[in-house]
Ligand binder design. Structure first.
Ligand SMILES: Nc1ncnc2c1ncn2[C@@H]1O[C@H](COP(=O)(O)OP(=O)(O)OP(=O)(O)O)[C@@H](O)[C@H]1O
Ligand SMILES: CC(=O)N[C@H]1[C@@H]2OC[C@@H](O2)[C@@H](O)[C@@H]1O[C@H](C)C(=O)O
Length: 377
């Protein structure tokens, strides 16, 4: 039987994430035993081409079998094959690209075929991370919180802290580092805060201003329309108790709400909404965190970061302040989760997705040809 080094002891594992912003594929290697982060390794980024992005955008909101979904899956698989080529790892965690997420309907779909990737790379691939959690009554998201717990341990945190991801959608994890493990009662509370960069990206796209508000320059030059922000905060998402998760399109109406505003004021308003959604989320946490570590592209938006700092009672810092690469936390998280799946350890818990009890998930696909397993260093 082929050697399976990912079965026990420390394993070198690569995680690959294609986020809701549709910008590209992040790859990150870590060494972990499924509990501790033992080493942080190589990272890679492979942007989608303009054509790739169009194919992905067109497939958003669609389910397998519907128009454009097979094409989108091909784009996702091919991008990952290139991004992961010749990677030094024993195992791969492949999140894929979420095209649609419907937690209330208990359905989610991540485009990408783990078996195809395993065959191409000659490496075992863990994929389809979210279905099993949903099958057991969970939201299927967010799943990074178990990794956030390991991060808190790695930095030796003693007081509660929070990790915030500002991607297309925002998600927040409150962590009690004194808990026995991530699946322990009260160790974690996690949920999607609301829209983060997606409405801003969409605004720039629609107005022909580029793909993103780099550094928040446009937002910082405008004035938020506070009446839009107030109406936004009345959305039922903010009064729901966590856990809760969102589809990228859940706040599509925000685009119409800023239609009459100038470019700068519209961007300022959407940046304010992203920050206020997080501030509202923090009020749902069991205790105020001592620090808020911010990851994801939105940590570069100074309008968002300034409003966050003004509205929270804790230190708001980029993930780098704790020694982490804020662009790579999600890829690292799916590397970490891949090892947990391969070892039968839980990857979500009632406090992170609302699942009935801690559960594992994911599928493990071995490369088609026996004996082709490559081993890392
Ligand atoms: N320098 C920057 N200044 C301002 N915003 C930025 C910058 N870099 C990235 N962003 C924003 O961050 C987004 C990408 O963030 P990220 O890669 O964290 O999202 P994602 O992983 O695709 O999404 P999700 O976490 O929701 O799956 C871009 O679409 C852009 O809006
Ligand atoms: C269904 C889905 O793909 N959700 C993503 C999305 O992007 C951010 C937020 O919404 C989060 O819930 C999740 O991703 C992260 C990586 C997670 O599962 O933790």
């Amino acid at each position: 039987m082929a050697r399976e080094p990912w079965r026990s002891g420390p394993v070198r594992v690569a995680g690959a994430m294609s986020g809701t912003s549709l910008d590209g594929v992040d790859v990150a290697v870590i060494v972990t035993d499924g509990h501790e982060i033992l080493e942080i390794g190589e990272t890679r980024y492979r942007p989608y081409s303009v054509t790739d992005r169009m194919v992905l955008r067109d497939a958003l909101g669609r389910w397998p079998g519907e128009a454009g979904v097979a094409e989108a899956a091909e784009v996702v698989d091919e991008a990952h094959m290139v991004a992961l080529e010749a990677i030094e790892a024993d195992l791969v965690g492949y999140h894929g690209q979420t095209l649609v997420h419907d937690p209330d309907g208990r359905r989610t779909h991540q485009a990408g075929d783990g078996q195809a990737l395993a065959d191409w790379l000659g490496l075992p691939v863990v994929w389809d991370f979210r279905s099993s959690d949903m099958g057991f009554g969970g939201q299927g998201a967010p799943l990074a919180p178990f990794y956030h717990f390991a991060m808190a341990r790695r930095i030796g945190a003693t007081a509660p802290l929070a990790v915030l991801n500002l991607g297309g959608v925002g998600n927040l994890t409150w962590i009690d580092p004194a808990a026995e493990g991530p699946e322990a009662d009260g160790a974690l509370l996690a949920f999607d805060t609301g829209p983060a960069n997606a409405p801003l990206d969409d605004l720039l796209h629609v107005r022909g201003l580029g793909t993103m508000d780099r550094d928040g320059d446009l937002a910082a030059s405008g004035t938020p329309d506070e009446s839009v922000v107030e109406t936004f905060l009345r959305h039922r998402h903010f009064s729901r108790l966590p856990p809760k998760s969102l589809d990228r399109a859940a706040f599509a109406a925000l685009g119409a709400a800023v239609e009459g505003l100038s470019d700068a004021d519209a961007a300022a308003t959407l940046a304010a909404c992203a920050a206020e959604a997080v501030i509202a989320g923090l009020s749902l946490c069991p205790a105020p965190p001592e620090r808020l570590l911010v990851a994801g592209g939105g940590r570069h938006n100074r309008a968002v970061m300034a409003r966050l700092a003004a509205g929270t009672g804790c230190a708001v810092e980029p993930a780098e302040a704790a020694g982490f690469d804020g662009d790579m936390l999600e890829a690292q998280a799916f590397a970490y989760l891949a090892v947990r799946v391969a070892r039968g350890l839980p990857t979500s818990a009632p406090g992170t997705t609302g699942v009935a009890a801690p559960v594992g998930g994911g599928r493990l696909s071995r490369p088609a040809e026996a004996g082709t397993l490559r081993t890392g260093t």
